[in-house]
Design a protein around this ligand. Sequence first.
Ligand code: BEZ
Length: 212
Amino acid sequence: MGLHLGDVVPDFTQDSTEGPIAFHDWIGDHWAVLFSHPADYTPVCTTELGVTARLAEEFRRRNVKVLAVSVDPVSRHKDWIKDIDETQKTHVGFPILGDADRKVSTLYDMIHPQQSDTLTVRSVFIIDPRKILRAMLTYPASTGREFGEILRVIDSLQLTDKYSIATPANWHIGDDVVISPAIQDPDALKTRFPKGYRELKPYLRITPQPTH
Ligand code: BEZ
């Protein structure tokens, strides 16, 4: 059966460019982003890993550790990282798993045979400190990901974990949010949303972002 949101993610130990990684221990009390790229020495993957490296501070601020994976061996990753650093004007400061035996790719269902029998698709798994899968995204090999969207989803998850709210379409940090339909009691609404709210419909109530 595939992975579902809310599942504890599968644990594994696999070699990486920064030595062996025991995944759950490595996550510790951080959030984690595990993402696959189909192959080393390919153009889209080179830009994706470069962008991820340049966003290091954004991930750090959100308490997120980043881990890349592809079916190439660690020795090849290490050589390719030199190209990424050079062409993307950055320093790859996160580990890349070598997954030549496809242990992790198989465990996380990252190989989609109708796309390729051997290479992974572009998967993203967002995992919380309890090791629970909170979001997953899947892109084809030909489409480089928007890493701002990954940060945006993390922002939404971290915010909605704290308040009885959800984030509407195209939301970004600082924008208004919506109140969970579960909160109906007028006293609870007053206490939880001291900045007030606009009720467009009983189920559609808009309030300023609580932390902003
Ligand atoms: C790329 O990263 O450019 C790429 C990788 C695999 C297939 C197609 C493109």
